[in-house]
Design a binder for this molecule. Sequence first.
Ligand code: GDD
Ligand code: MN
Length: 371
Amino acid sequence: MYDLTVIIPTFKEEANIRTIITEVDAVFRKNALNGEILVVDDNSPDNTIAIVNELKGTKTNVNLLVRTSDHGLSQSVADGFLHASSEIFVVIDADMSHPPALIAKMYDEIRAGNDVVIGSRYMEGGGIKKWPLKRRIISLGATFLGRLLFPEITDPVSGFFAIRKNVVAQAQLKPRGYKILLEVLGKGVWEHDKEIPFEFSDREIGTSKLKIKTIIEYAQQVADITLYSFVHHQSAAWREWKKVFKFGIVGISGIVINQGVLVALKEYAGFSIPVASICAIQLAILNNFLWNDTWTFKSKGQPQRLSSRWQRLVAFEAVSLGGAVINFAILNAFVMFLAMDYQIANIIGILLGFIWNFFVNRRFTWVTKRT
Ligand code: GDD
Ligand code: MN
């Protein structure tokens, strides 16, 4: 049994395949790893298959899977998961965009207890070399969508990652397009993740196969993962959705408190409306904060980046103020400029304020410390 399997998806990589296999094998030797190299090729019409077969003659740890149907990068990686002969998988591009030396580090991080280890271009220390502006914009858009599902992961669409086999053993993956990692994160079963920075360097030889169709498929994939998580509650995407629901329930409790305190102070304590309202809003914010801090975003073991409750309260107050401004601005703008019914305008304002409050708090107020 191998310690790990390095899965290399390939399509027309005759110019790169020899180098990547040699380099990965060198990493195995240097770190005394008993590693398997599994090339998953989509029946390339060039010499890729012949070269791998030639290398198989001298290296017994090289295996080749040639696929003849359901062509695609993600499909190939998912097939690699099924054919790998170990419990730890690393996925790496063939075109030397990913530094093979990091494979050993990823392996160590999995052994240290992480279920998923991601090579990240977008965390401190990471980067991208030689990408045209268009690619950068597309990638940032894709990353943003992915971060809606996994706010704490900086590069949820990286092509360079390691997982434990049991993350995907039960998952019903529907691989397509380029974003296999997002599929794994969304539908897999995992608890601990770790990101390692690396510098992505675009291929020297050959061309990237990323097309417009890929982008459309990606949007479908995000929607599909969301639906899947509503049914499969052990999936990681469900963990995020649970937070959205809890945040919503807490928000409703805040509305009740806001209204109740306003009426009580005005009717029974004789407060003026502005003063009563300020007290009511403050109490509602405090109520929401305490529930969110102890329930919605209760972190199991992992320390919060804002370590003291007071820091988090200040952040929450600031974000809530932003949410209130959004609500106020939308209500007034829609009534004034679109002549919209004020109740409908307010509901839209409340919804947008809610979305703001959730995502900004998730990213800044309740985010766990990452090392
Ligand atoms: N089997 C198979 N089938 N392999 C493929 C296919 C396919 O249809 N298409 C591409 N590959 C292989 C390539 O041979 C290469 O090893 C790897 O998948 C990446 O392909 P590229 O075409 O070089 O991808 P890229 O550089 O544009 O995209 C990379 O970065 C993205 C993030 O921006 C990849 O790592 C993506 O997975 C990643 O999402
Ligand atoms: Mn590439």
